[in-house]
Design a protein around this ligand. Structure first.
Ligand SMILES: NC(=O)c1ccc[n+]([C@@H]2O[C@H](COP(=O)([O-])OP(=O)(O)OC[C@H]3O[C@@H](n4cnc5c(N)ncnc54)[C@H](O)[C@@H]3O)[C@@H](O)[C@H]2O)c1
Length: 409
């Protein structure tokens, strides 16, 4: 795929004009002039969502795209929130633009983290690829804007690998799971209104009791950290195979329980920290923690409801944000932040881009259509194409006609 004469040509073009905001057409002409197909102008802008500090490309990612023959445009300071300086992007071969609007206008493929916000819709242009989390089922205006502009919307959250896994969602579940114990441990401290319990305890004191509702990706990662801290850990799940797996991995260091109302109510009453992380794909989270259970819980105990992005698994859950993450009901502290990985943007950006780079390069190197044909897994990520919505879960949730992406090119 890489044509060396083109590569040096592109590289030269980038270095020559890298500090200018008006060189891009010249640079594109240079790459076309070198006769290489499937080179793209890749864009990366600063996320504008409230308290979002992750970024779609790291400097190392930029290097990978540039080495594959692409041109990468990065908005100034796009990566600062994740600790990546503009100079690092420039050294990696990116061309720096002062304004996000210029990156949007000039790129063939925008690589982001979060869904675009309304003020970004006017920057869409026909045929551009938008590679990011889209969450269209919860955002009809965005879906309509992508369709109206004929943007090729490629959503991280719907890319399903051949084994059924969701590789572009997994890193965020891993982070949220590990963070849930860290945050829960913090709010157990007295100064935050917590019970004043150290999860690990010390010799001669009881260990803190952690109950994890749901032993999937989030639950397993919560379990790792809680066990590592030395807490007394119980995992509750309705999937016996999953419980058997956890039993194999963690052995006698955890207790596993089959999920029933009675088991949950009893475990809650004994818990210092409860992590809610159940999921029934495509559905609202089941409300496993009834309000009546809270009265039997220890005052100052903590519930971290990670499943809040699916409505939460506790009847008293309401969405909170990083700048004011907790509230108290019946003496029990609730932490219900919908974008937990946003608290650790450096780790989250590296983890996310480790997963997105591979598919992003496939799309850039081949064009979206050929990338799908060569690796059909990528079809599952295409949510909008040629003015149509091509994701059945999304069209179903809006009662719209579904269009099968496999028949569109
Ligand atoms: N708040 C955040 O920042 C954040 C970040 C990442 C993930 N999440 C959310 O966390 C939730 C869990 O994600 P995941 O990746 O671990 O999902 P997963 O599918 O890997 O695991 C979910 C688990 O819940 C279990 N479950 C389902 N119904 C149950 C019931 N009635 N009783 C007990 N267990 C039950 C399933 O058997 C499964 O093991 C999702 O809602 C996800 O969107 C939130």
């Amino acid at each position: 795929m890489i044509n060396l004469s083109l590569y040096s040509c592109l590289k030269y073009g980038t270095m020559k004009v890298g500090k200018s905001n008006i060189f891009h057409r010249q640079n594109q002409a240079t790459s076309k002039g070198c006769g290489m197909e499937n080179t793209m102008r890749i864009g990366c802008v600063k996320e504008i969502k409230n308290n979002e500090f992750r970024v779609g490309l790291t400097p190392d990612n930029v290097k990978a795209y540039v080495n594959a023959g692409h041109t990468v445009y990065v908005e100034q300071d796009a990566g600062l929130g994740s600790g990546f300086t503009t100079e690092e992007y420039r050294e990696a071969g990116a061309v720096i633009f002062e304004k996000a609007a210029d990156v949007w206008k000039q790129c063939d493929m925008m690589v982001k983290v979060k869904e675009p916000l309304a003020e970004e819709y006017p920057l869409f242009h026909e045929g551009m690829i938008l590679y990011t989390y889209l969450h269209l089922a919860a955002d009809k205006p965005q879906m309509e804007a992508l369709m109206a502009a004929k943007v090729k919307g490629v959503a991280y959250e719907t890319l399903v690998e051949t084994d059924g896994s969701l590789p572009l969602l997994a890193p965020m579940s891993q982070i949220a799971g590990r963070l849930s114990i860290q945050e829960g441990a913090k709010y157990l401290e007295k100064i935050y209104g917590g019970r004043g319990v150290l999860l690990a305890g010390v010799p001669g004191t009881p260990k803190g009791k952690v109950v994890i509702l749901g032993g999937g990706s989030v639950g397993t990662n919560a379990c790792k950290v809680a066990v590592g801290m030395g807490a007394d850990v119980t995992v509750i799940d309705m999937n016996l195979k999953r419980l058997a797996y956890l039993d194999d991995i963690f052995g006698a260091r955890i207790q596993t329980l089959y999920s029933t109302d009675a088991a949950i109510e009893k475990a809650m009453a004994e818990a210092d920290l409860v992590v809610g992380c159940v999921l029934i794909p495509g559905k609202a989270a089941p409300k496993l923690i009834k309000r009546s259970y809270l009265k039997n819980m220890k005052p100052g105990s903590v519930i971290v409801d990670v499943a809040v992005d699916q409505g939460g698994c506790c009847e008293t859950t309401k969405v909170t944000y990083h700048d004011d993450p907790i509230y108290t009901v019946d003496g029990v502290i609730h932490y219900c932040v919908g974008n937990m990985p946003g608290a650790v943007p450096r780790t989250a950006t590296i983890a996310l881009t480790n997963a997105t780079l591979r598919y992003g390069l496939e799309i850039a190197n081949k064009g979206l259509e050929k990338a799908c044909q060569d690796n059909p897994v990528i079809y599952s990520a295409v949510n909008t194409y040629d003015g149509k919505c091509t994701c059945k879960n999304v069209t179903d949730s809006f009662g719209m006609e579904a269009h099968d992406i496999h028949n569109m090119f």
